[in-house]
Design a protein around this ligand. Structure first.
Ligand SMILES: NC(=O)C1=CN([C@@H]2O[C@H](COP(=O)(O)OP(=O)(O)OC[C@H]3O[C@@H](n4cnc5c(N)ncnc54)[C@H](O)[C@@H]3O)[C@@H](O)[C@H]2O)C=CC1
Ligand SMILES: O=C(O)C(=O)CO
Length: 326
């Protein structure tokens, strides 16, 4: 970069206007005006042309994006907390720093997990569809009878920032008993805030919970963490909620469990290979699906953008970016 030249920054999707304005003010910023996911070739070209590239969850940055490059890019400022779409080891080998946007989206993502839990338990999607179809014949004691949420057991897989927010909502708002399964031991005082008990296996959690909500990262390590065997361990009538990543659940096994009525229902905000949704899921009963809305509030989407800006500012000032993940 020539001395005093502003860093060249590429934003891979459209961002909230306030953040784009700030980026244009501070950097030589370029936006993907068509707002469609970039290809591998687009990324390879970007990595040799820009000082910073700001990708997001729809950008698959696998090894083929980085292979054999001599990049100009020094930082990938991911817009989002999950970064399993980026081959961080390949980026690091090329000396590229990777950052994410934690915390600012935890509330809203937990809200969507709670929304899915309530919607599927109380058959809200079915009810709305029936009413809009003009098929509602009136109140009756046996109409769209769902499952009570208050006082039930919620099992949380992945007790990090979002998992803990989910537990707060469920425990303090709905009197739920919280079980936790986490990769590492959770501090007792953190469990005590929501009266939670940590169990030592996913199996134990599935067997003891009325509702299971997934809040771990995606990626190869957690692919099909919820598989046919673990689904079979759920209580008959139990519910599965996934706002983590699509690949965490074996979707074919989930669709079978729903279709055969082995579990009560499921709520999904994320899908393996999204935006494609597996036909088996489309056909499955007792399933509420949302198009990856976890962080989709005006306030949060702006905060995510400004969090990326904080990381860029620190990086280009020669300081450690606060949210460095690789
Ligand atoms: N639906 C949506 O729009 C959104 C989805 N997400 C997803 O939520 C994930 C979690 O975000 P945060 O809570 O901020 O991350 P975090 O890093 O604070 O928490 C993740 C937790 O999962 C645990 N974990 C990892 N693998 C595990 C396993 N196999 N079994 C049990 N626990 C495991 C970790 O130890 C950690 O405590 C993100 O990685 C992303 O994939 C995040 C934001 C929005
Ligand atoms: O931040 C993430 O990981 C998302 O999935 C979108 O906010």
């Amino acid at each position: 970069m020539a001395e005093n030249a502003r860093p060249r920054v590429l934003v891979t999707r459209r961002w909230p206007a306030a953040v784009e304005d700030k980026l244009s003010e501070l950097y030589d910023a370029e936006f993907n005006s068509e707002d469609v996911p970039m290809t591998v070739e687009d990324f390879r070209a970007a990595l040799v042309a820009f000082d910073a590239v700001l990708p997001t969850v729809t950008d698959r940055m696998g090894p083929e994006v980085f292979d054999g490059l001599v990049p100009r890019t020094k930082i990938l400022g991911n817009y989002g907390v999950g970064f399993s779409h980026i081959d961080t080891a390949a980026a690091s080998r090329l000396g590229i720093v990777v950052t994410n946007t934690p915390d600012v989206l935890s509330d809203c993502t937990a809200d969507i997990a709670m929304t899915l839990l309530l919607m599927v338990a109380r058959r809200a999607g079915e009810g709305e569809r029936e009413l809009r179809a003009g098929a509602w014949t009136g109140w009756r004691p046996t109409h769209l009878v769902g499952t009570k949420v208050t006082g039930k057991v919620l099992g949380i897989v992945g007790f990090g920032r979002i998992g803990q927010e989910m537990a707060r909502r469920a425990h303090h708002g709905f009197g739920m008993t919280i079980l936790v399964q986490n990769r590492s031991k959770v501090a007792q005082e953190v469990l005590d805030q929501v009266g939670a008990v940590q169990v030592d296996s996913v199996e134990a959690l599935m067997e003891a919970s009325d509702f299971v909500s997934l809040h771990c990262p995606g990626g190869a390590a957690n692919r099909h963490l919820v598989n046919a065997d673990r689904l079979a361990r759920m209580k008959p009538g139990g519910f599965l909620i996934n706002t983590a990543r699509g690949e965490v659940v074996d979707e074919a096994a989930l669709a079978a469990a729903l279709t055969e009525g082995r579990i009560g229902g499921a709520g999904l905000d994320v899908f393996d290979g999204e935006p494609r949704v597996a036909p088996e899921l489309m056909a499955a009963p007792n399933l509420v699906m949302l198009p990856h809305l976890g962080s989709a509030t005006r306030e949060t989407r702006e905060a995510m953008g400004f969090r990326v800006l904080d990381n860029l500012a620190a990086f280009f000032a020669g300081e450690a970016p606060p949210d460095r993940v690789a």
